[in-house]
Design a protein around this ligand. Sequence first.
Ligand SMILES: Nc1ncnc2c1ncn2[C@@H]1O[C@H](COP(=O)(O)OP(=O)(O)O)[C@@H](O)[C@H]1O
Ligand SMILES: [Mg+2]
Length: 311
Amino acid sequence: MVPPVISIRNLSKVYAGGDEALRDVSLDIARGEIFALLGPNGAGKTTLISIVCGIVTPTRGTVVADGHDIVRDYRAARRKIGLVPQELHTDAFETVLATVRFSRGLFGRPPDDGFVETLLKDLSLWDRRASKMMELSGGMKRRVMIAKALSHEPDILFLDEPTAGVDVELRRDMWALVRRLRDSGVTIILTTHYIEEAQEMADRVGVISKGALILVEEKKALMRKLGKKQLTLNLAEPMLRVPPELADWHLALNADGQELLYVFDANEERTGIPSLLRRMSDLGIAFKDLHTRESSLEDIFVGLVSTRSGQ
Ligand SMILES: Nc1ncnc2c1ncn2[C@@H]1O[C@H](COP(=O)(O)OP(=O)(O)O)[C@@H](O)[C@H]1O
Ligand SMILES: [Mg+2]
């Protein structure tokens, strides 16, 4: 078996304030994959990335990146890694070209103007190479952050929320770039709170919630789980409990008994909806309105967490 390019074991982080940001996270990243770490704000995504990149010290656990322990062998590990942080920070008065060249030097790489030129052209930054950072739009600044992260030719690239708050065009460009990088052999770990992005990009997805990695799965398998929809029936008369005759559908009662909720699998040929509506009609249960919606990330978290505790 090919050894993983990143191996994370029993990683925990408790911040000085007492916040437990990571709880016993173990994860292997395969060489050449695109791994999406999906989770809501505050889940611990940035903390995890920051530990692997040596910016935050773990409370417990170990990380090995490309054969190097990130604490004992920090410089060697860090040289293999490029990081595009969530927050954009650059020197406002430097030019694009100087920023990227300088970053390459930071990681002990000899100057290579040919490489930097190709990189800037790939990111559509070459025409702006003489611009000062403060003259650039947010989208352009983000491109420079990516160029900086790639300037020392890392094998592993971390992108922390690369498309949060960027426009559709830049998001597409970013996705295309990530694919090109993967094709050139770079392993990519990105964080996102957009299911759509994980769905579009990732080979594998990890779901993180409240510091715990609650699921790691091939994207295709996860997408089947995400294919759940919810039907809400607004009842004409409120109910105290779900009638036993409707037990087969595992309904929930909401909004003080005014709504019946039915979760169904949109991928299934038989959703169970026609039979449910017939049975309700037989029982004389009337409804005023009904609507369906896709499960949100939050529903999925709730679903996953309740499945786990039910085991
Ligand atoms: N420097 C810090 N000091 C104290 N608490 C922090 C710090 N950074 C993050 N946290 C806390 O750790 C938790 C995880 O945060 P973070 O890793 O930024 O999550 P995410 O990137 O998924 O939004 C949050 O509760 C956050 O408030
Ligand atoms: Mg974050």
